[in-house]
Design a protein around this ligand. Sequence first.
Ligand code: 1CP
Length: 353
Amino acid sequence: MPKDPTNQKPFLRALRGEIQERPCFWLMRQAGRYLPEYRETRAKANGFVDLCLRPDLATEITLQPLRRYHMDAAILFSDILMVPYGLGQPLSFREGEGPVLEPVRDAAAIDKLAQNLAGFDAKVAPIYETVSRVQAGLPATTALIGFAGAPWTVATYMVEGGTSKDFANVRLLAYRDEAAFKRLIDLLVAATIGYLNRQVEAGAEALQLFDTWAGVLPEGEYRKWVIAPAAKIVAGVRVKHPNVPIVFFPKGSGLLYREAAAIPGVNALGLDTSVPLAFAQELQKLKTVQGNLDPIALCAGGPALVDAATRILDALGKGPFVFNLGHGVIPPTPPANVAELAELIGKWRAKAA
Ligand code: 1CP
């Protein structure tokens, strides 16, 4: 169980709309390849999938960045592709290549995966164990974020068989056989609701839904495959967990961020690097916003980092806000730059108007 039953941790309060004197922060991919201790722990596992299924190693990795920096939240160390794994789709990660899945391209393959839904929890059970162990090891004011990929983004990997540049196969399937594609999305909605509920029951205090490839869809498809599934997942989680704060990160949504902000039950919106700060201020009138420093500016460090981070703090720090990157920390980032950013956020104060 969470140590903070009254939900007083600063990050949870920020997601509920509270304005804070010192903005909260955490960084997407804060546990990862830029940290030497991550690389050392990863080497103990038999590949990346095994790493995600080893509660001892995944707990250690989740806690590693918190030993160096005072983030307000930890994010479970796992991967969005553990949902296809839990549905029985063969998954591996090749060094330097990223994820490799056996592609699912037709109704028969989708129906086969649907038959595995009943066995999902047993396959991913070690992840729930990691959540409990991390919760037990957290500093008292740090919140634990559970997460999942949103159905559209997860489906891109399932249909393409891995990382994609043009997303042609998945978009062709959605246009050519909409009924079959909808079955895949509905299956992911069902699996994801159960998966997130179990994370909350194991000790996750907030949830983030990652829709990394939301930005590749035209508006009609965006409403079908980004907005509708996210709304169903949020509503589904709310049945059992009415109060858990939920962050939605539909990367690359542009003006469609307005529609994402209108999804009932979403507490906060993750903003990517391309969102102009004036538009972020408009969205902030509707929801807490989280973002949106360029990960490359963090990697660069020096005056570019100070300038970019200060502009974001000055624009968004006076409203409901969580400082983050617009996407994940990149592997060549010097760990000292993260310390510099943490210090800058800690010292920043809203200037009187
Ligand atoms: O080689 C390694 O050590 C693996 C690199 C790595 C890491 C550190 C992968 C492979 N996944 C992760 C962890 C991870 N992935 C986390 C952990 C928590 C944290 O943020 O610290 C999270 C939340 C994710 C989520 C994830 N995985 C997303 C959504 C967020 C994002 O970055 O856009 C996506 C798209 C993935 C897929 C994935 N996992 C890994 C790779 C190489 C990829 C493909 C990325 C791509 O297609 O560009």
